[in-house]
Structure formats: C-alpha cells, structure tokens
Write a protein that binds this ligand. Structure first.
Ligand SMILES: Nc1ncnc2c1ncn2[C@@H]1O[C@H](COP(=O)(O)OP(=O)(O)OP(=O)(O)O)[C@@H](O)[C@H]1O
Length: 457
C-alpha cells in the first residue's frame, strides 16, 4: 500500500514537473514572439510579519484587520482580488497577465522569465524592463534587490536576493563572453526623473566626484528622444557596472513616508547601450550582409551630402578622413537595454506627506498618469501621442511607443489596506497589455560569423 502511494506521488510530481516545463517553454516562446505588444508580469509582494514597508510590526499596526490578504495568485497567469469590507461593495475580480508570481516566488524565478530578453538584446532588439506599482509594493526590490537600511547598496552577501538589474548585467556579460573578444562594448548611463526634471547621476565635477546634473530631453530630427550631454561610462564587467550604479543611486532622492520608510521619490532609468562593431572585414558575402552594406553606404552619403560644386573624385571623397571615420562609425550596430524603477503611485492621505514631499508626490502621480495617457493614446491609435506632457514619457518615448520589446513588472501589495491602489495598478497593467504597437524592429546584424548558442529570441 505504502509502495503504491509512493509510486503515485512520484507520478504526480513528474506530471507536475512536465506541466511546469511546458508552461516555461510556452512563456519562453511567447517572449520569442513578443512583437509589438507590451508584456505584463505581475508580482505580489509578501505580507511580511514585520512590515518593512512601514517599518512597523504588524501586531502593533492600528489597522491590523486592514492588513488581511486580499490579492492572490490563483495560478501563474491569474490574480484574484477578493474583499468584503463592511460598508463597501464586495470585490471578486480576476486579472490575467502573461505571468503572475505569488508572494513566495523568488528573485531567481522572476529573473528566469526575464533572461531570454537579454538574448534578444544581442540579437538586435531594443529592450525595456519597467517596474510599475504603488509605493512600497516591491518595485525596487524586484529591480535592484533589498536595500540595506540607510545604505543604498543592494549588494549583500546573499546573491539569491539580487534583483533584475544586477542579474541582467551578469547575464549580458556572460552572453558577451561567448562572442569574439572585442566585438561588443557596453556603455551605461544612470538618470533620475525627479519633480519633472531629468538628472544625470553619473556626471562628474572637475575633481571626478559624481553629482547629479540637470539635463534636457529633446526629440531628434529622426523623431527619437535624446538627452544631449548625458554621461555614458564604458563598463567591461558586472562589478564595474554595479560600482557605477551604486554611485548613481547614492544621489537618488529617497524620503520616508507613512507607507514606506525608504520611499524612492524619483523614477530611475539605467540604460545600457550595447555596440556591436561591424567592420568591413567582418562582413560576409551573404545577401543580408550585402543589404546592410548598401544601407550603411546610403546613410553615409545622406549624413555627408556632397557639395554641388565639389570637384573631388569619388576616390578622393572616399578617402576623406571625416567620411572614413563616419563610415566606420556607421558600421556599428547599437541596441539599448533600459531598466526602469518607477517611483510609486501614492495616495496622499495614506502616505501622510506634506511640504516638499507633497510636491514630489504630486509630480510622481502626474508623471504616472502621463504614462497611462501615452499608453491610452497608442492603444487607441491616436495621431498625436502626448509624450511631451512629462519628462518621464518624453525620456521613455522610444521604449514605450517605439520599437523596444517592453516588459512591465507590475508590483502589487496584497493587503486590504492598499486595495484601491492595487486595483489601480492592476487596471494599468490590463490596459498596457492591450496596447498594440506594430511590428518590433530588429537592428540588422551580420549573422555569418558569430552564431549564438542560445535559442533565437
Ligand atoms: N518579494 C519580496 N520579498 C521580500 N521582501 C519584499 C518583496 N518585495 C518587497 N519587499 C520588501 O518590501 C519593502 C518595500 O519594497 P520596495 O522598496 O521595493 O518598494 P517600492 O515599490 O520600490 O517603493 P517606493 O516606490 O516607495 O520606492 C522593502 O523593505 C522590500 O525589501
């Protein structure tokens, strides 16, 4: 009898394992197929015995009953919100996303679903991963990892707690190490959007000390958003990257509120620009390489049009140092990974902010509603998308409305206390999923010499 039970449980475990494997495969395939649509993963924060968000022990909380769990992951694609408060209409509503993580799911599991996007990045796609949610819902934890008290560092002994940003960097450098040496290089910029101003968190003074400096966001002639004079630092490995990001984070504005003791008061945007050199020598003779070559030549002649009265011959034109340099430059393919930890939406009554913090809250809420407006305009295919209504949306224009593979990590607090905010975030995630942005563009890469060992994303 006992042996039979054992056999049955073994079979059940095997079946469950197979089902999980199939789901993972389906998820991976849908990331491969991610073209145009915005993908939304939803993570439910645990209800911690000690509420890190407020810094209070739950047993001491005056609203103990309001800390009751109301948001659950009922399977790995569905969130259920179920609440029946006296004096309020009962709520029993489900929301579907591409992936839902329950409160016990680890940083490892969350990153496993994100990792295929790094392969996409090296395959020529722009990628943006953005954490959205109410203040204290776990955005910074998900993107960076747990922050150590007053210290902004997120790197501690326990690597299992690291968030998406450090893990994505590790994965990126791992993938690059499989390519021919010197064929890729990585530059980093760290920016915060605070009170509707953009600050360069890697700018240095004359003594080399890092300090935040205000920058503009502009739209280029090609219709792309750009931050002129932004500091980009070249990094060769994960530790160089983390060193820079931690320096930048030390400047990020954080204030305690009643909802979150270490609340981030700004949107953080870490951008990694990956440049692949496509020198003439590396070009193959394939049809695709030929197409790239033709496109590059055309771009060179557009960027440096000849003067009508020029008497120079074609050979002397070709040997002009500026043009040669330009041609070399154009034979680089750049892709961009944008990692965004948004400031949290916040109900002023609940966070108890006043004075400067109230002003910050108002800027945060306005920029987040500008983001929702932009998504609404794209979803309805309106001819005008109001990117310029806020610096946040202007800065993220190319990722949100353009040609990046965009993954929104929706962070939700499970407790009754934050029900209204959670419903708002779930509504935002649902709308984001409905946005159709047309075909995602792939930057042309020469494919002949270096074949990735990973599945094509
Ligand atoms: N999945 C999780 N597991 C364990 N702890 C978590 C998890 N998510 C969040 N926390 C903890 O909850 C607290 C609030 O999380 P976090 O700082 O990430 O919130 P946030 O959404 O970034 O807030 P804000 O927008 O105010 O900056 C932190 O102490 C964090 O360590």
């Amino acid at each position: 009898m006992k042996a039979f039970d054992l056999e049955q449980s073994l079979q059940e475990v095997t079946e469950r394992y197979e089902r999980e494997k199939q789901k993972r495969r389906a998820l991976h395939n849908s990331l491969v197929e991610l073209r145009g649509n915005i993908r939304v993963h939803c993570r439910i924060r645990p209800l911690l015995p000690f509420d890190h968000a407020t810094g209070h022990s739950i047993s001491q909380d005056r609203h103990r009953n309001s800390l009751e769990n109301v948001a659950y992951a009922i399977d790995d694609e569905t969130v259920l919100v179920k609440s029946s408060r006296p004096g309020h209409a009962p709520i029993n509503k489900t929301f579907q996303f591409e992936r839902v993580y329950n409160a016990t799911e680890s940083q490892d599991t969350v990153f496993a679903d994100v990792a295929p996007l790094l392969t996409s990045l090296l395959d020529g796609y722009n990628v943006c991963i953005m954490a959205y949610g109410q203040t204290g819902s776990g955005k910074t934890y998900t993107m960076l990892g747990p922050q150590l008290e007053e210290n902004v560092t997120f790197v501690n002994e326990d690597e299992s707690e690291l968030g998406i940003i450090p893990r994505a960097t590790q994965e990126l450098f791992r993938l690059i190490s499989e390519k021919p040496p010197g064929s890729y290089w990585v530059e980093v910029s760290v920016v915060e959007v605070y009170n509707n101003e953009v600050f360069d968190l890697l700018a240095k003074d004359s003594c080399g000390k890092v300090f935040g400096i205000k920058r503009d966001v502009v739209t280029t002639r090609e219709g792309k958003s750009d931050v002129p004079s932004l500091t980009y630092e070249t990094v060769a490995n994960t530790s160089e990257f983390l060193h820079l990001v931690i320096k930048g984070l030390q400047l990020r504005v954080r204030h305690p509120t009643l909802v979150h003791a270490h609340s981030s008061r700004s949107h953080l945007v870490v951008t990694m620009t990956i440049t692949r050199t496509v020198s003439g020598d590396n070009f193959g003779t394939s049809w695709e390489d030929e197409q790239i070559n033709q496109r590059l030549n055309k771009e060179v002649s557009c960027a440096y049009p000849q003067k009508r009265d020029s008497k120079s011959t074609s050979s002397s034109r070709a040997s002009s140092p500026t043009q040669l340099e330009a041609a070399e430059k154009l034979k680089q393919v750049k892709t961009r990974l944008q990692l965004v930890d948004l400031a949290g939406s916040e109900c002023v009554g609940m966070s108890g902010v006043t004075g400067a913090a109230l002003r910050e809250t108002s800027f945060i809420n306005r920029s987040l509603s500008a983001l929702a407006d932009v998504l609404g305009a794209i979803a309805e295919q309106r001819s005008h998308v109001p990117y310029r209504n806020s610096k946040l949306t202007h800065l993220l224009q190319d990722s949100v409305g353009g040609d990046a593979k965009l993954l929104v990590m929706l962070c939700i607090s499970p407790s009754q206390k934050y029900l209204t905010e959670s419903m708002q975030s779930l509504g935002f995630g649902t709308r984001a999923r409905q946005v159709q942005r047309g075909q995602i563009k792939k930057r042309n890469l020469p494919t002949s010499r270096t074949k990735s060992t990973d599945p094509p994303i």
